[in-house]
Design a binder for this molecule. Structure first.
Ligand SMILES: *Cc1c(COP(=O)(O)O)cnc(C)c1O
Ligand code: SF4
Length: 316
């Protein structure tokens, strides 16, 4: 983490790029590129670059909202988003190993607005404990695996002691962008919280590196069930061949493709948008060509916050 690039001018040491137009972008939306991700970039504008490097297009004025999913409306207490009766998000960390340029929470990640105090976290866990309809808690943020092992285990311990909580999930991009964080010690600790699910976030087959494969292998060997959520992104994975290679590669890592997300309507991400017709064509091309196990559900999250729905031919 300490060796990550957080300032655009450092990019010029690695690539033939003029960093000055990127300074204003990174001042608005934080930049962080881990050494692991940096090594995966082959050239400016490639699929890894597009995900990680600030782009002036992020500042182009658009009419899109910053809180695309109307999360504030579904937040009974600061660190909780409770949209479905039986599932709730607990936002446990405000930071990420790398800041994805297409992130739904891009105006909040890496800033104090997503950094909750111990008291706010306690209030979140109290809310979950007092709400018996919640069976499934999803730790997110930010990235929960940026917590210290001990902090993370303490939260998991407290959740597991709540009798109506049946499963806990972690949403984390750490296996992709900071695989060295998945230590044997961490996995040994996480073992005892079964049934524990972890959805990670690979978007391109080049991210399926030996280091990421090892980190996923360690998690699975510790009894954690792994899924993957991919975002459909222009210039990254917006064609059937790339998507098929990604999804097949995930199965080899014992990671089940779970969702393919239509990009949320978020300010500063319009340059990543792929039309739904193109997403549907990619899904149609996957069907029958690769193992059914490798095929994710193609979903969108409408801006009113009404919850995820399948993207379908003729749908809204
Ligand atoms: C996506 C999401 C969930 C989890 O939904 P699943 O379809 O069960 O994976 C839960 N709460 C919120 C607010 C979400 O956006
Ligand atoms: S890791 Fe997830 S939460 Fe963090 S910036 Fe990327 S998409 Fe957003």
């Amino acid at each position: 983490m300490a060796d990550s690039l957080t300032l655009p001018h450092l990019l010029a040491e690695h690539f033939d790029v003029d960093p000055s137009p990127l300074v204003a972008v990174s001042a608005r939306y934080p930049m962080r590129i881990t050494p692991h991700t940096l090594k995966l970039i082959k050239s400016s504008g490639d699929p890894i670059w597009r995900q990680a490097v600030p782009d002036p297009a992020e500042l182009v004025a658009d009419d899109l909202p910053e809180d695309s999913l109307n999360e504030a409306h579904f937040s009974p207490t600061a660190a909780v988003v409770h949209r479905y009766p039986d599932r709730a998000l607990l936002l446990v960390s405000g930071a990420c190993p790398g800041y994805c340029r297409f992130c739904t929470r891009k105006s909040r990640v890496g800033t104090s607005t997503l950094c909750f105090s111990a008291a706010e976290l306690d209030a979140g866990i109290d809310y979950i404990a007092a709400t018996p309809s919640i069976r499934d808690v999803i730790l997110t943020g930010g990235d929960p695996l940026l917590l210290e092992d001990q902090q993370l285990c303490e939260i998991l311990d407290r959740l597991c002691r709540i009798s109506h909580i049946e499963i806990v999930r972690i949403g984390s991009r750490v296996p992709v962008t900071l695989p060295a964080r998945i230590t044997a010690e961490l996995c040994q600790q996480l073992r005892r919280f079964a049934p524990l699910y972890l959805n990670t976030h690979f978007n391109h087959p080049r991210e399926l590196t030996p280091a990421s494969a090892q980190s996923c292998g360690r998690l699975v060997d510790a009894g954690i069930v792994l899924g993957n959520q991919t975002v459909l992104l222009r210039g990254v994975n917006d064609n059937a061949a790339t998507m098929a290679e990604l999804c097949r590669g995930l199965l080899r890592l014992r990671v089940r493709p779970y969702y393919l997300h239509q990009l949320d309507q978020v300010k500063g991400t319009g340059h990543f948008r792929v039309p739904k017709a193109q997403g549907l064509a990619i899904m149609a091309a996957l069907r029958g060509q690769i193992s059914g196990l490798a095929i994710p559900h193609y979903v969108q999250d409408p801006p009113d916050g009404s919850g995820k729905v399948l993207v379908m031919e003729g749908g809204v």
